[in-house]
Design a protein around this ligand. Structure first.
Ligand code: PHE
Length: 470
């Protein structure tokens, strides 16, 4: 990662299809190197899935009613991407473009885990699982079950770790721990710990395993970050740097023709000829646009399968999750069809606030997507009430929900490649004068960083070709 620039000046013209994060990044980097770019964007505004909704916005959906967003001042909903990992390129662009960032609380011990109809604090679920796993392994070690695997010294080292990991007693029993949390936290007195853990069997039966390991991976590990004021700061700043006048919105591409001396692109309103084209539309939409790039390209574009994703933003008049639950940011993990509840990682103690009441994928996203906005809200509130009680329903001010597979000119949350095969690598190279870019061409699908990496790859290849031919 780090600062990127193409070496040397290129004077060519480039038409960029799509002004999402990939298209904007491509145009931004090409612009820095002297290229003359025009972006064609079918939607009413740039950004693609990087969409932040605020009061006064209107969200339309294919075959669905429009939703008017009525959030109060300062309330926003990142309907698409909402968190950045520190190693991702999106962080570099925030720095380069002067976008302030703040911590995104992805893991909060104080949030809940709701599985099999029971709600516990995340810290409790973790303490119990870690505690019992540590106890089992420590006792297995004690009875010699690991003697063929480990020397006595190594067993001592392992036991030393397990005692810490599980907060075990002297006989290597897990009998609860202050890590589980308190009904009344210690202060002048020792406080009131929450009731003792269930048995190992009960803890296993609670099925908290997925919920408490969510942030173990390299993509979700704490700390994560977000732009201050909404993820679309990335779009706004990139579009400013590219030049708004270069972005033609409401322009749906209808044809792509690669020629010996350039590319011709038609849209419903005109045609443009440029030296090169960078096509960043979702592959399933690109595949449907008439072109002369050959049947292999069409087949490759049809290979990735779009996946449904949905979210709902729930605006409340008070931040009861902060005041009553003491939850400041983070995620409650559930085995319900809402999957997660996200608490805002910004503007703590403000009057209003917005929760993400569901963020789901696949069949759960399809289920919610098929409902009207009112029914999505009703269902999300019914589910969330199981965790947070009646206030979850009564305190609601407004809501807006999105089904990404029903967003015009996008039609998917992201894609899945049945196999990363020759189609994937084929599209990472140009076809004639057409280059492809998007998160869908990387191993960072469903991350802006993927779009950015892919855009850099495409413009690097394009630029090297221009430098060779001039
Ligand atoms: N980037 C998205 C998110 O953080 C989708 C995603 C989730 C991608 C988990 C990979 C892993 O929610």
């Amino acid at each position: 990662p780090g600062d990127f620039s193409l070496r040397g000046r290129g004077a060519a013209t480039v038409v960029v299809l799509g002004a999402g994060v990939a298209g904007l990044t491509a145009a931004y980097e090409l612009g820095k190197a002297g290229y003359d770019c025009t972006l064609l964007e079918a939607r009413a505004k740039a950004g693609g899935r990087n969409l932040t909704l605020r009061g006064g916005d209107r969200l339309t959906e294919l075959n669905g009613p429009a939703q008017e967003v009525t959030f109060g001042e300062g309330v926003y909903f990142n309907a698409g991407p909402a968190r950045l990992a520190p190693w991702m390129l999106a962080m570099d662009y925030c720095r380069e473009l002067g976008i302030p960032i703040e911590t995104f609380v992805n893991n909060n011990a104080q949030a809940y885990v709701h599985t099999n109809g029971r709600t516990v604090r995340a810290r409790t679920a973790r303490a119990d699982m870690y505690g019992y796993v540590a106890e089992l392994l420590a006792k297995a070690t004690d009875v010699g079950a690991l003697d063929r695997k480990l020397t006595k010294d190594d067993q001592e080292r392992l036991l030393d770790f397990l005692r810490r990991f599980g907060d075990l007693g002297p006989k290597h029993d897990y009998e609860g721990s202050p890590r589980r949390g308190f009904v009344k936290y210690p202060a002048l007195d020792t406080g009131t710990p929450i009731a003792l853990p269930g048995s190992l069997r009960e803890v296993l039966a609670a099925g908290t395993g997925r919920a408490i390991t969510n942030d173990f991976g390299h993509e979700q590990a704490t700390p994560m970050f977000q732009p201050v004021g909404g993820m679309d700061a990335i779009v706004t700043r990139l579009a400013e740097a590219v030049g708004q006048d270069r972005i033609r919105t409401g322009a749906r591409v209808t044809g792509i023709t690669t020629l010996d001396d350039g590319v011709e692109v038609t849209w419903d309103g005109g045609r443009i000829k440029a030296d090169y084209c960078v096509a960043t539309l979702p592959p399933h939409l690109l595949a449907r646009i008439p072109h002369n790039l050959g049947t292999q390209i069409t087949a490759a574009l049809k290979t990735p399968v779009p996946a449904a994703t949905g979210k709902i933003g729930l605006e409340y008049g008070t931040r009861w999750w902060e005041l009553e639950d003491r939850i400041y940011g983070g995620v409650t993990e559930t085995d319900l069809d809402i999957t997660h509840i996200w608490y805002p990682s910004h503007d703590y103690h403000a009057e209003r606030g917005l929760l993400v009441g569901y963020y789901n994928t696949a069949e759960h996203a399809e289920l919610y997507g098929a409902l009207t906005p009112e029914d999505r809200r009703h269902r999300a509130l019914t589910q969330g009430k199981k965790i947070h009680g009646e206030k979850y329903r009564t305190g609601l001010l407004s809501s807006v929900s999105i089904a990404w597979d029903r967003q015009e000119h996008i039609q998917g949350g992201w894609v899945r490649w049945p196999a990363v095969d020759s189609s994937f690598t084929l599209l990472q190279r140009p076809s004639g004068r057409v280059y492809f870019a998007g998160d869908w061409l990387t191993h960072l699908i469903a991350w802006q960083a993927g779009s950015m990496e892919s855009a850099r790859s495409a413009v690097t290849q394009l630029h090297e070709r221009v430098m060779r031919s001039s």
